[in-house]
Structures are given as C-alpha cells and as structure tokens.
Design a protein around this ligand. Structure first.
Ligand SMILES: Cc1ncc(COP(=O)(O)O)c(C=O)c1O
Length: 406
C-alpha cells in the first residue's frame, strides 16, 4: 500500500522548519524519532486537563489518569502481541530495562563462574550493565564476535554456549551497523542450553512487527522515544513466570503490598517492578505513539523504510570514496559509512550547514568502531516521514562535502 506521505509529514510539526536557512532533513531517527501531533497533544491534554497521580486516588482525575496510563500498557501489549499486561513493565527506556534485568538477576541468579554472552555489536547500554553484573557476581562475560560483513559469527556463538551459560543478550538490529541479527536462531540456541535471553529491541520496535510470543525471548525491551513517543519512557517485556521469581528492582511506593518495620510484601506484576511515581504523561504519550504506528500500519512502515534504505544505498554506492561500515545481507533502517580521507565529524558539520541532520561518532558502540578500526561513522537513519527527495538532498550534500575536503 502506498503511504500518504503528505498526510504523514503534516502530522510532524518539527519537520516544517528551516535549519541554517535550508528545509530540515532529519536523518537521525535511530537516536530519536520526531513526534506526531497526536503524541504532543495527548501529553498536553494530560497536563492541561487530567494531571493527577495514578493508582492511588479515588477522585475523578486520579481515576482518569490511571485509566489512561493503563490503556497505554494495553496498547503496548497489543503492539508486541504479549500474553498479558502483567508482562509489560514501564521503565525510563531501554537502558533502564536492561539494568533492571541485570541488577535483579545479579541478586538472584548469577554465581561465580557462570557465563553471560553478549555480542560485539551492542550499544553501551547492553554492555556495561553486564560488565557490572559480572563484577558483582563473579560471572564471566563472553562476546560473540562480528564478521567483516557486520554479521555476527554464529559458529563462534554456538561454540561459546555451554552448560555454564546462564544468560545471553543481543540486539535485534544494531544501531551502529544496521545489521538485523538472526534473533530467532539466537534465542532457540540459548534456550537449548537452558540459558535465559534478553533481546534489545530499541531499533526494531519502531520499524518492524514484533511478536514476543512467537519470538519466545525471556525479556524484550525498547524505548518509546525512538518510536514516535516521548523520552523518558520505555518498556521491559518479560515472561510472567520469570518476572514472578525475580526480586524487585527499586524499592518504594507502588511496588509494595504491605510495609511494616518487620518486613515488606511486594505488589503483583507489573507493579512490583515499578517503584515510585512513573512518567505518567510519557505513558499516555506512548499510547498515542502506538495508535500512530497502527494507523499508518507497522508493515507499511517496514516496507517503506526498506525502500528508502535501498534507494539510499544505491545512491551512495555511486559515490567514489564511500566506505560502508557493515554490509550485512539483512539490514534495516540505517546506513553507516565513511568518506575516504574525511573525518565523519567534519562531514557531519558541513551537512548540518545544509540543514541535514545525521549522526556522526561512535553511536554509543565504541567496541564496534574499534573492531572496524574507524574513529566513528556517518549514520543516516530513516523514519516513515522521510522521503526519497530528502535522500537526494543528502546525496547532494555528500558531494558538497567531497568538494570541500576531497
Ligand atoms: C540498540 C540500542 N540499544 C539501546 C539503546 C539505548 O536506548 P535509551 O538511551 O533510550 O535507553 C539504543 C539507543 O540508541 C540503541 O540504539
């Protein structure tokens, strides 16, 4: 189905402005996406008319805010095809979701000598919490290497798995390379060894249909701000039977049933993991973001972005001196590259002067940059409101960069 791009773009106020005297071309969507008016309006409506704390009050506004917040949880359940809302835990984002799991399992599962497997192409937020878990528990971190193509070395992964493997975690799409990892196979192999597995879906949920029941990972997480929603809110999906066995994370209000000085009993799922007043406006904004994605159609988004990526790759390949970093067969959403002899930072600065926003640097994945022996890359990442005409402007910008520094 052809998307009504004019209609889609009209919903994003931020796109309709000039930057440095040129129409804004926003290709930094892997860092954070822009927000449609329905998300901005839902948040404004909450603060204008509905602001109240949730789950505690008998009064009208509290009940209204509670209903809206819980409606967001149901929207996420629907988006992920999760079994139950009890499995949907609101967090501040992907980073907090991963830290939650790492922290709780450090206190309840990991023992000295256990092994935790991550991959060589993780975001720092899926590396550092596991290094901390290993430091605290005596577990050992193992890393699945990446091939020159940007794909994970699956033979090496199979060789790393053994009876000491307690936990595996990988991203579904690498934010630094765009590689789509074969997570179905990675999950099945982890389970065959009796290990738990977490999928960092930060770069997947905004771009493709995710079905957590079909995937069968034990944990799946993402951030709302990369999927047209607000910052400061994200989701951890966990299997109910596993979440029930885990100790809580933050102690405080909301996550308790009864508190006495002799001891405390914890609340039921999902509230056991949601200590303190949550980001209520953020949750309400997420509900609108899910509605936006459903209205456009998640499959339509995926297909259209694949078209944009193919077009950008075709155009970039025609430019002499373009060096792709990561050329996996299965890629999504973004292209990471360098221009021979030109520092990515210099290129990014020139593009900015032309109104083009791309990301330059290590993309919070320094080990990936070390592996490919580059100081950083230029990364253009796409969302459903981007157009082929914008890619043409970007390609003209790359030619300008080459003229200046080439
Ligand atoms: C693959 C991946 N994982 C984790 C994160 C961290 O997300 P957040 O900063 O929203 O917690 C990002 C953000 O860029 C990401 O791309």
């Amino acid at each position: 189905m052809a998307l009504n791009l004019e209609n889609i773009r009209a919903q994003f106020p931020v796109l309709h402005q000039e930057v440095n005297g040129r129409p804004l071309v926003y290709f930094d969507n892997a860092a954070t996406s822009q927000k449609p008016k329905m998300v901005i309006d839902a948040i404004a409506q909450y603060y204008n008319k509905e602001n109240s704390n949730i789950h505690r009050g008998v009064h009208y506004l509290s009940q209204l805010a509670t209903d809206k917040y819980e409606k967001a949880r149901e929207a996420i359940r629907r988006l992920l095809n999760a079994k139950a809302v009890e499995e949907i835990i609101f967090t501040r984002g992907t980073t907090e979701a991963i830290n939650l799991v790492a922290n709780c399992l450090t206190r309840s599962l990991f023992k000295p000598g256990d092994e935790i497997i991550i991959s060589a192409i993780e975001h720092h937020s899926n590396i550092v919490p596991w290094q901390m878990a290993c430091e605290q528990s005596g577990a050992v971190l193992k890393v699945i290497p990446v091939l020159d193509s940007g794909e994970l070395d699956m033979d090496a992964y199979k060789a790393l798995l053994n009876e000491k493997t307690k936990f595996v975690t990988v991203n579904s799409i690498s934010n630094a390379l765009g590689t789509v990892n074969p997570i179905e196979e990675i999950i099945a192999l982890a389970h065959a060894k009796g290990a738990l597995i977490l999928i960092d879906g930060a770069q997947s949920v905004p771009h493709a249909k995710v079905d957590v029941q079909a995937l069968d990972a034990d944990f799946y997480c993402f951030s709302a701000h990369k999927m047209y929603g607000p910052t400061g809110v994200g989701v951890l999906h966990g299997k109910k039977e596993i979440l029930e066995k885990m100790p809580p994370y933050h102690g405080g209000g909301e996550m308790i049933k009864e508190v006495t000085f002799e001891g405390t009993t914890y609340n039921d799922l999902p509230f056991k993991f949601e200590g303190g007043t949550p980001n209520i406006a953020g949750g309400i904004g997420v509900e609108a973001a899910v509605r936006f994605m459903e209205e456009v159609g998640v499959e339509n988004i995926a297909n259209y972005e694949a078209e944009l990526l193919a077009y950008a790759l075709e155009k970039l390949k025609e430019i002499e001196g373009v060096q792709f970093i990561g050329e996996a067969k299965n890629r999504a959403g973004l292209v990471s590259f360098n221009l021979k002899g030109i520092h990515p930072y210099d290129a990014g600065t020139v593009l900015d002067k032309l109104g083009i926003a791309i990301r330059t640097g290590h993309h919070c994945a320094q080990p990936v940059m070390d592996r490919f022996d580059v100081p950083g890359t230029m990364r253009a990442s796409f969302a459903v409101y981007n157009t082929k005409q914008e890619i043409d402007v970007f390609i003209a910008g790359i030619h300008r960069v080459k003229q200046m520094f080439g």
